[in-house]
Design a protein around this ligand. Structure first.
Ligand code: MG
Length: 260
């Protein structure tokens, strides 16, 4: 196989929380020396690409904001592409609001063209009421992702999916989901990388997002065991979610690509 690009997940793959995974920074520079482009993709829209870039650099991984695709950036780009600069109501983080504004969208609290929902640590009844009212009135409904939970150190928090579901139930409208595992996310990544699905490896620690997305366009899929999935989960995986390769860590990816 001719692999020209790697789309890598961040949490559970490059680092776990604030802890860098051993050998991964080196592996990423080896991949780049092999001529493989690396793009990082995360469903977490509560931080901006520049925040992730500086986090990565602090861990010894060479990265600039354009190397990182968050679900917030994908949402902003998708909305612009589909409907042009729009009036957006945001249920989400400050980072999501800023990213949407950087793409030329205008933030509004009524008469929105689009309601964008993601993880919002200040979510409340008034936000649910206003967002569902706008959607019922005819605004488009875009979700950054539908992850049910967010694992943090020693705890599991409700994720964007829990908030998105509340708006869905209240409005009776299903959202357009732009983050992993959607094809929208993968297409945006490939457009940036200027590659075809057959030239791409999607690597991550979650089968329901990373592997599932890669399989949708028949990319090569690689699961790492440094995050939420362990060896004992593999036996019970349905066929449609079985990754092409399972490796201990992202640090083993250059070796895998050199052999394949
Ligand atoms: Mg992950």
């Amino acid at each position: 196989m001719t692999i020209r690009a790697v789309i890598a997940d961040l949490d559970g793959c490059v680092y776990v929380g604030d802890r860098p995974l051993e050998g991964v920074a080196e592996a990423i520079s080896v991949l780049r020396r092999m001529g493989v482009k690396v793009l990082f993709m995360t469903n977490n829209a509560t931080k901006k690409p520049e925040d992730y870039a500086s986090k990565l650099r602090s861990m010894g991984v060479e990265a600039s904001p354009k190397d990182i695709l968050t679900s917030g950036v994908i949402a902003a780009s998708y909305i612009k592409e589909a409907w042009g600069p729009s009036r957006v109501m945001v249920v989400g983080s400050r980072a999501l609001e800023e990213v949407l504004e950087e793409f030329g969208h205008i933030r509004v609290t009524s008469n929105a063209d689009v309601v964008v929902a993601g993880l919002d640590f200040d979510f409340n009844y008034a936000k649910l009421r206003d967002a569902s009212r706008e959607v019922r009135r005819g605004a488009r409904f875009v979700a950054t992702n539908t992850d049910a939970t967010v694992p943090v150190e020693h705890d599991v928090l409700p994720g964007a999916g829990s908030i998105v579901k509340a708006i869905e139930v209240a409005s009776g409208v299903k959202p357009i989901v732009v983050g992993k595992p959607s094809k929208i996310a993968l297409r945006e990544a490939m457009r940036r990388l200027k590659v075809k699905p057959s030239e791409v490896v999607v690597v991550g620690d979650r089968v329901e997002t990373d592997v599932k997305m890669g399989k949708r366009l028949k990319c090569t899929t690689v699961l790492v065991l440094t995050g939420v999935t362990s060896t004992k989960d593999l036996g019970s995986l349905p066929r449609r979610l079985r990754p092409d390769f399972v490796i201990e860590s992202l640090k083993n990816l250059p070796e895998l690509l050199a052999e394949a």
